[in-house]
Design a protein around this ligand. Structure first.
Ligand SMILES: Cc1cc2nc3c(=O)[nH]c(=O)nc-3n(C[C@H](O)[C@H](O)[C@H](O)COP(=O)(O)OP(=O)(O)OC[C@H]3O[C@@H](n4cnc5c(N)ncnc54)[C@H](O)[C@@H]3O)c2cc1C
Length: 165
């Protein structure tokens, strides 16, 4: 690998913890997962209510959206058909990475350099929201910041990061 092709980025993955989890998961019953242990079902909605914002789905996306509107002073109603964390969020491995399914290069190719850069930055800011919540609500979840390495396997992809930096 050409050293110039190697780019460093920040990641929030605890490799040591991952090793520990890898040993535990095969014997961990599903009902021991945090979200499943805390699956207190809210009462079904039986009457009309009013709200500024209605969010459908109590996963990471819905809960974060609801929180953001709530913090801006809106009256928010979150509707969840099972319980919060019942979907993919309750099955996540817990790696909080400041990147997306699309690489910075792909985002810039699809949306232009400036918009691609803004989208990449926005995605990374999701990590800040989670980190702030952990601090503000004093959530004991063994959160640790770790380093990571993002590799570019072509010159155009490397250029995308040069433009970003
Ligand atoms: C095994 C696994 C491991 C993963 N590991 C990671 C990881 O380490 N790091 C990472 O970043 N991502 C990981 N992911 C991906 C991540 O979990 C998902 O991208 C993320 O949780 C999606 O959140 P969401 O809020 O969009 O969806 P969900 O968490 O699925 O939330 C959607 C919610 O909407 C509810 N709902 C659906 N339809 C309705 C309806 N009509 N009315 C009311 N409620 C409704 C569902 O019940 C559900 O609770 C993993 C996913 C899986 C499956």
């Amino acid at each position: 690998m050409d050293e110039e092709m190697i780019l460093f980025w920040i990641i929030f993955v605890n490799m040591k913890k991952k090793e520990k989890i890898m040993k535990v998961i095969p014997v961990l019953p599903q009902d021991q997962v945090f979200w499943y242990l805390n699956n207190n079902l809210a009462a079904p909605l039986m009457h009309d209510i009013t709200a500024d914002v209605v969010v459908v789905g109590g996963g990471m996306a819905g809960l974060t959206t609801a929180q953001q509107f709530h913090d801006k002073g809106c009256k928010v109603v979150l509707i969840e058909k099972n319980y919060c964390g019942a979907g993919a969020s309750g099955k996540s491995s817990g790696f909080i990475t400041p990147d997306s399914e699309l690489s910075l290069f792909e985002l810039m190719r699809l949306f232009g350099k400036d918009t691609g850069k803004k989208i990449w930055k926005l995605i990374g800011s999701g990590v800040d929201i989670i980190e702030n919540n952990i601090k503000n609500y004093q959530i004991d979840c063994d959160y640790q910041k770790q380093d990571t390495l993002i590799l570019a396997n072509s010159a155009p992809k490397r250029c995308a990061f040069c433009y970003w930096l």
